[in-house]
Design a binder for this molecule. Structure first.
Ligand code: ARG
Length: 268
């Protein structure tokens, strides 16, 4: 109680003194604006299946890196969002999104009408297509030549879709794997005759594993595919922010820089 009175007294003296210091005619100077505390950036949890080099993979340190990761980081930064990447198996990723465990998915995900039924996408940020990996000694030159072959795919990918079209959904010649690298290892081991996956991933694998002695086959039936970032249905707020971020990085050249880093002919 006594302390309180003392402080009130001190305060009053202070106020009186400062009041006396100023000539009454002069307008009180505006208090210097306190620097606004930087608003804590909103953190977006991004699920990714980092088994898809060069789009998303883990480096020697175990960090999730790749073209997709750089694109999302750059676009999110433009949108004032902070991103946190969480390794998320391909199968179950869409569930994690619809259940709200992830805010966003980036995983070289092809925008398809079927997927659009359950999730939303941003504008496309990359064009791709399927590609077939076979042994360099294979006589096959196109998809139709593999009608009697065992073909490896990553489960629930567009690669699986084209193989299902060729062989039928229930064909025992379709070998489904949890990841594309597992399917490619099986090709190296001779357990399958071919693997169908996205062109960027097959090309990257061939370039980095010359000892596997694979070659890549394209097929005229392979339609262009477009990758988008996947969002929970109805999350238009985040969708708008990211579309703006993607447009910004395309406009200011930073998308091109990232692209060249991973796909320029000179880059390894
Ligand atoms: N683009 C293909 C698809 O959407 C394959 C994507 C697989 N991505 C991955 N990170 N495993 O079906």
């Amino acid at each position: 109680k006594r302390h309180f009175l003392l402080s009130v007294a001190a305060l009053s003296v202070g106020v009186l003194l400062s009041a006396c210091n100023k000539p009454a005619s002069e307008p009180a100077a505006a208090a210097p604006a306190a620097p606004a505390p930087a608003p804590a950036a909103r953190v977006v949890t991004v699920g990714t299946d980092p088994t898809y080099a060069p789009f998303e993979f883990q480096n020697e340190k175990g960090e999730i890196v790749g073209f997709d990761i750089d694109v999302v980081r750059a676009a999110a930064q433009k949108a004032g969002l902070e991103v946190k990447f969480v390794s998320t198996p391909w199968e179950g990723a869409i569930n994690a999104l619809t259940q709200g465990d992830r805010d966003l998915l980036v995983s070289a995900i092809t925008i398809t009408d079927e997927r659009k039924q359950s999730i939303d996408f941003t504008e496309p940020y990359f064009e791709a297509s399927q590609l077939i990996a076979v042994s360099a000694s294979s006589t096959a030159t196109q998809l139709a030549d593999l009608k009697k072959s065992k073909i490896g795919v990553q489960t629930s990918t567009t690669g699986e879709e084209v193989v299902v079209k060729l062989l039928g959904k229930t064909s025992s010649n379709i070998k489904r794997f949890e990841s594309t690298p597992l399917a490619l290892s099986e090709l190296a081991a001779g357990g399958v005759d071919a693997v169908v996956a996205d062109n960027g991933v097959i090309s990257h694998y061939l370039a980095n594993n010359p000892s596997a002695k694979f070659k890549a086959l394209s097929d005229p039936s392979f339609a262009p595919e477009f990758y988008g970032l996947a969002l929970k249905k109805g999350n238009t707020e985040l969708q708008t922010l990211l579309n703006k971020g993607l447009a910004d990085i395309k406009a200011d050249g930073s998308y091109q820089k990232i692209y060249d880093q991973y796909f320029a002919p000179a880059a390894k």
